[in-house]
Structures are given as C-alpha cells and as structure tokens.
Design a protein around this ligand. Sequence first.
Ligand code: ADP
Length: 526
Amino acid sequence: MRPAGFGWIGWLLAGALLAAGGSLLIALRAYDEQRARFETDARIVHRVLSQRVVQHDAILATLALLQPALEGRDAPEQRLTALYPQVLRVLRRTGSEPWSGVTVAEAAALAAAETASRGAARPALGPVELPRGRYWLVRAAEPSSYALQIDLAALPPVGEGPVAAPAAAAVALAHGGQRFVLQPGRSADAADAADTAGGAAAPASAAGASAWLAGPRLAFAKALAAESQPFEVRVGERLPWAQWPWAWMLAWSVLSALAVGTAAAWLRQRAEQRRTRELLRLGQVSRLNAMGELAAGIAHELNQPLTAVVASTAAARRLLADEGTEALPQARDAMTQAAQQARRAADVLARLRRLVEPAGGSGGPQATVPLATLLEAALDLRQPELDRAAVRASVRCDPPDLRVSADAVALEQIVHNLIGNAAQALQQVPAAERRLELVAAAEGARGVVTVRDSGPGIAPEALPRLFEPFFTTREGGLGLGLSLCETLAGGMGGRLSGGNAPGGRGAVFRLELPRAGGSETADAAR
Ligand code: ADP
C-alpha cells in the first residue's frame, strides 16, 4: 500500500532537479561574469584602436596646416615614417601633377579619395588592401595634398600600453568584406569568433557544432570611432569548458544530494516514529481491552460456583430451620456441595495467580515425576468428558519408566489443559473421527510429551498468537490456558510449542522437560 517505489523515485528526481537547477544558476552566473568582463575588455580594445587611427588624421591635419612653413625644405614629411612605425609612406601632390610613386590604378584611386576629402573637408580613405593590413589615407589641401600609407601590422600591439587586451581574445579590423587580424587570440576558434562577429557568413553547422564543443563564444563588433577610417573592430573569445566552475557545481550537487538524502531520511524516521507511537497506543488500548476481558472472564468463572455456594448454604439453612436435626444429612450434603464450589472458585483464582506470577518458577517444588503415571492420571480426570464426546484416547510411554524433573501439579495442569483444548477442538469433527494421542518419549536429556488430536487443527492466523494471553478463537474462551501452560513449562526449565500435525490432520502440542537422573546425556557425561 505504501508507495515506496514512487517515493524514492520522487526523492531522486527532487535531488536531481535541485542539483541541476543550482548548477545551472552557478554556470549562468559564471557566464554573466565572463560576458561582462569580455564586454569591458572589448570596449577598451575599441577605444585604444580608435585613438590610434585618429592619430593618422592628426598627422595629415598637421602636414596640411604646416605646409607653408615646410615649403622649400627637403621634404621633411618623409621623416614621419621614422617617428610612426605604422606610417609606411608619405606622398605629396601639388597643383595639377598626378600622384607619383604608385601604380596608375592606385594614383587614380588616390585622386578619387582626394576629391572626396575636399568635399568632406576631412581625410578620406584611399585604396584599401586589408588582407595585407595596408591602406591609404588622403587629405586634400592647398597648395599640396598629402597621402599616408598605413601598415596595420606595425601598429603597437593591442596588448601593449596601460590597458592590455586579454591575450585570449581575437581582435580584427574588417572593411568591405576584407579583414586583418591584429591579435589571433588563444585559439583558431577565437579568430573564428572575431571573424564571424560582424555578421560575416556563419560557419557550416558541423563546424558550428565542433566549435560549440570548444566552449560558448563571446563576440563584439563596432565601427572605429574615426570617420575617415570606417573599419569595424571585431573582438571574439571562447570560454573553454575546462574553465567553467565545475568544482562549485560538483560541490553544489553533492550538497543538494546530501540535503535531499537527509530530508528523506528525516521524514522516513518521523513516519517510523509515528507508526511506533501508534502501535504503542494500540497496544495500550488492547491491553486495556484485555484487562476488561479478564475482569469479565473472572466474573464469569466465579459467578457460577459462588451462585452454587449461595444456593447450597441457603438450602441447608432452610432445611435446618424447617426440619431441625432431622434434616442434618441433607444439610451436610448441601454444605459439602457448597465447599466443593468454593474450592472451584479458589482454583480459578489460583490459576489466575499463577499466570501473573513472575516467571522463573512454577510455584511448586521440583520432583521426579514418572510420565506414564502422570499421563494416565490426567486422562482419567478427563475421561467422563472424553467419553461423552466419543473421543478415543490412548497413552503411550517409551521407555515406560521415563521420568522428568518437574512440579507434578504444574505438569498435571499443563496436560489437563492440553487435553481440554483437544476435546474442544474435536467437537468440530464427526464423532467417528475423534482421536486423542498422548505420547511420552525420551529425546536425549529431555522427556517429551506430545498431545495430538485429529481435530480441525490450528487456524493459520492463530498459529503465531497461540501463547499470547487472552488470545482465543472460542466463543466464551478466556485465551489464558495456553499462555499459562507456557509460563508453567518455562518455570520448570521446559518448553511448550504447538502447531499442526505435519502431513496429518489436527493439532500437536509438544512439551519438553528435563529428564530426571540417569538420562543418556548424563550417563555419557560421566
Ligand atoms: P481458550 O481455551 O480460552 O481459547 P487457549 O489459550 O487454551 O484459550 O487457546 C487459545 C487458542 O488456541 C484457542 O482459542 C484455539 O484457537 C487454539 N487452540 C488451542 N488448542 C487447540 C487445538 N487442540 N486445536 C485447535 N486449536 C487450538
């Protein structure tokens, strides 16, 4: 009835949910921290790069501004390349002469950029060759215009200077479908992250899956804060799985397993305690009931003899009063009956007292009791009752002089009770089938009395409770007989057990007692 299986699965699920939920929160927190750190780093990279390229605008502006002062000197602008390593070449064009020192195509592109610069009144981007990291920046001015060829590879590394970009991040500049990698990052994955950050073609799904195995990707893309050089800064980084807070997640999982386990154990223990308390309460109630039954039983047992005592003494008194000394013989009979009934009442009380006496003794003295004689006598006592019930009874003793060490009265009472129980059970089978066997036999150092009947046997549900005080299946039964017998047997150093005849019909009770002097074991020990 108890949903034990479901209970455990439920607890297991709860534990798994708690562990998974907590671990997920830890992972999300770690991811958020990394994401915030990455965003900050990427913004710093963006600012540093923007500041560096804005320098090129400033160089061109300075050249344009100072050119009247430089006029006539020996091309001092060429010394810029020594000052700024990323400035590869400086070109100057005056009047209507074309851009020289470059290919025809480049000269045309520079001229176009010069026109754009003049229109926008700021430097303009000339030919761009991003895979090699090179591009031209042109500034139109009077009388001469200037062009700078920039080599991105010669820019100071982003990782240098007061703010260092983390080496794990890949940094690239992109423009018109081209890109130049400024910093490859920790792995090819990071470069790939930088590559795709700006919305370039996403990798094929298989590559995507394998990239995912390397860890989640963080990406940042933003145009440089320099109007003249509109390159997009792309920063990418992977968070390798190995660096995730596994130890914390494991610790949390272990903790939640422990917590759920403890909660389950605690609840189980509480349920157990509640059941024990309930059983105890029921036990108390049934004990109270039993006390009530005992009182009712005593009242019932005593009522009959006491009524008889009252009736007999009243009759004797009436006889004596009415007829004087003539009625003496009848009065004596009535008084004898009263005395017998009073003894019966005393007997009932004595039996009850024996039951409640502490174990450890049968009450009477231990003596050597010949079993054959005792069984015959006990059967004799019950004979009229057995005859009435048409029970065929037999006694067998092997060896015939088998003796046990016992309290004769207690032993007699046990056998008497067992015969009584058998007689009652035999009422339930046809008269022709009623048999009772009393057998005494030696078994090593013990003498064993077996009382076997051919009745219906003991009901399976009654078997484990046979010797329980007040357990009875008989209407009007007290349920004290067998309990008393067991107490008495134990008090004599013996043992009483009961069950059904193996293979046969009926009940078998077996009483074991220590053999009196001269037993086989005692002989062997000597
Ligand atoms: P009571 O005689 O008041 O029923 P007992 O202690 O003598 O109390 O017996 C307890 C119960 O054991 C009986 O009610 C009966 O169910 C069972 N029992 C005892 N002896 C026999 C027997 N020989 N055959 C079948 N059942 C028996």
